[in-house]
Design a binder for this molecule. Structure first.
Ligand SMILES: [Zn+2]
Length: 395
């Protein structure tokens, strides 16, 4: 996962997309699409009623995205400004709707969106355009900060389509693609701003490259415009600080552990879904490897991490990561119990029994990933693009 630092996983757990959050009723649910009624019932079954109640009560909800008390919520910065978003959406919509474009391959729509988003980046001072390619896999799209590259899984974008043309893209898919591109471009903006912050500390280009793992031309451009903390830049600075801490600071290890564990859990789950009588022996060997190695080391990490995060409660990021570490630990314990019951009984029935704790864990890890400050921000800003794209007024 070395380069998967900033990935956007549209299909990891499709039930966890944001679309249904408006329909929910309770205060927790309105702020946090995680607590759907189905999920609550499901988790009550798997992690226990009391644990779920306690976690729901502890949920910080919208707290971390709200401006701290006493501070005025200001206009968005960079790609998060409505004028920038609306222009990008209007251009994207127009391209997608234009009759003359309908027979063009989907790649050309993506190329157009990349061109537009690079213009937007330049207009907000991110003076290094993002490259892109279509070689992503597993339905993940991501921004690679070392190469300054947006990687798109084209096969995923064009899945179930008769022809991979612009005309065959539904509005949902055209909007989701625009949102994805914007999400990844926001990661470029985040990275650039963190590089400017490091420059503001007097670091030279090579140090910025080494510390942030960033594309050298981007570090060199950032160096020309260092970010310092001042009354005018305090919101800009505070955001950059939170992103820095997840990219390269206090929470870097947590981010890596969640991402790697997520990948292993998803892969193992995929394997279990495809298990047959013929493949049970190899499937079982792989599950055993996972449980003996990845599970053991990751379980140890999250137990220690929960304690460490408890000691960092002055930081709002620590607060939300702590909730996730806590619930991951509860679910890891559930998985350990389920494993103890079946570990000596390799069979399809045993695989079936393990599917539930694995799939719950997979959802929890995806949610933990969405809570990384850089991801939360990119999903929020990318979400605005998707919403605007589907609004009739932009047409
Ligand atoms: Zn992302």
């Amino acid at each position: 996962m070395t380069e998967h630092d900033l990935q956007h996983k549209p299909n990891a757990t499709p039930q966890m997309t944001h679309s249904s959050s408006e329909e929910m009723t309770s205060a927790y649910q309105a702020k946090d699409p995680f607590w759907t009624p189905q999920r609550i019932i499901h988790l009550q079954g798997t992690v226990g009623n009391q644990a779920v109640q306690r976690l729901m009560q502890q949920q910080p909800g919208g707290m971390i995205s709200r401006a701290p008390v006493g501070r005025i919520q200001r206009k968005g910065i960079g790609l998060d400004q409505s004028t920038v978003i609306n222009e990008f959406v209007a251009d994207g919509c127009q391209y997608w709707e234009k009759k003359g474009n309908k027979d063009k391959p989907v790649e050309e729509y993506i190329a157009y969106l990349m061109k537009q988003v690079n213009q937007a980046l330049e207009a907000i001072g991110v003076t290094v355009p993002c490259k892109y390619d279509f070689t992503g896999s597993d339905g993940t799209h991501f921004f690679m900060k070392r190469d300054w590259l947006v990687r798109i899984d084209l096969a995923y974008v064009t899945r179930d389509m008769d022809t991979a043309t612009v005309g065959a893209l539904t509005e949902d898919r055209a909007a989701s693609l625009a949102s994805t591109i914007y999400h990844e471009a926001r990661h470029a903006e985040q990275t650039f701003r963190v590089a400017r912050m490091l420059a503001g500390e007097g670091k030279d280009v090579q140090t910025i490259v080494a510390e942030l793992g960033v594309y050298e031309p981007a570090a060199a451009e950032a160096k020309k415009n260092p970010l310092a903390n001042s009354p005018e830049t305090d919101q800009e600075f505070a955001q950059a600080k939170a992103w820095r801490n997840i990219l390269t600071g206090d929470y870097e290890q947590y981010r890596i552990e969640v991402s790697v564990y997520d990948t292993f859990v998803s892969d193992t789950l995929e394997l279990m879904r495809g298990a047959t009588e013929e493949t049970i022996t190899t499937t079982w060997t792989k599950i055993t490897d996972f449980m003996d190695y990845h599970f053991v080391s990751t379980d140890r990490f999250f137990k220690q991490e929960e304690k460490r995060l408890e000691g960092m409660q002055g930081d709002p990021t620590a607060n939300i990561l702590l909730q996730d570490a806590h619930i991951i630990n509860i679910q890891n314990d559930q998985l350990a119990v389920a494993w103890a019951e079946v570990k000596d009984k390799p069979s399809l029935a045993s695989v079936q029994m393990l599917m539930e704790p694995f799939s719950t864990l997979s959802s929890l890890l995806f949610r933990a990933y969405e809570h990384f400050p850089n991801e939360k921000d990119a999903f929020r800003v990318g979400g605005k693009v998707e919403e605007a794209f589907k609004q009739p007024t932009t047409k």
